[in-house]
Write a protein that binds this ligand. Structure first.
Ligand SMILES: [Zn+2]
Length: 115
């Protein structure tokens, strides 16, 4: 199955790239727990670093569930200012999942809008 082999090879290169970019830490919270590649929808044909981030177990769970623990989420106000589009995009998705509209959440969501 050549397609599968090609995808795995691409993921390997991407994984190395992301590990270097992230310095081996979650690109959202700097955690080190079970880091894996997380691709944001919509999924492109080829893996795209601008659409992908290295994320720890907690952040991946939050991204997949669209539900987060606001009390643990203050790191998102830093991630919102990342110069990486995928990190800002992921931070925004998580910030928008926080109910209540705290002022720091609104400020952080606005921060993700810079280009
Ligand atoms: Zn994390």
């Amino acid at each position: 199955m050549p397609r599968r082999i090609r995808q795995r090879a691409a993921a390997g290169v991407l994984g190395k790239f992301l590990t270097r970019r992230s310095r081996g830490r979650c690109e959202l919270c700097s955690g080190k727990d079970d880091l894996r590649i997380h691709e944001l929808p919509p999924f492109p044909e080829e893996p795209d670093p601008d659409n992908t981030l290295l994320a720890c177990a907690r952040c991946r769970t939050w991204l997949e569930a669209g539900k987060i623990e606001p009390i643990e989420a203050r790191f998102l106000s830093t991630a919102a200012w990342s110069d990486l589009p995928s990190v800002r995009d992921a931070a925004r998705r998580l910030l928008e999942a926080i109910p209540g509209g705290d002022p720091w959440v609104q400020d952080a969501i606005e921060a993700t809008d810079w280009t």
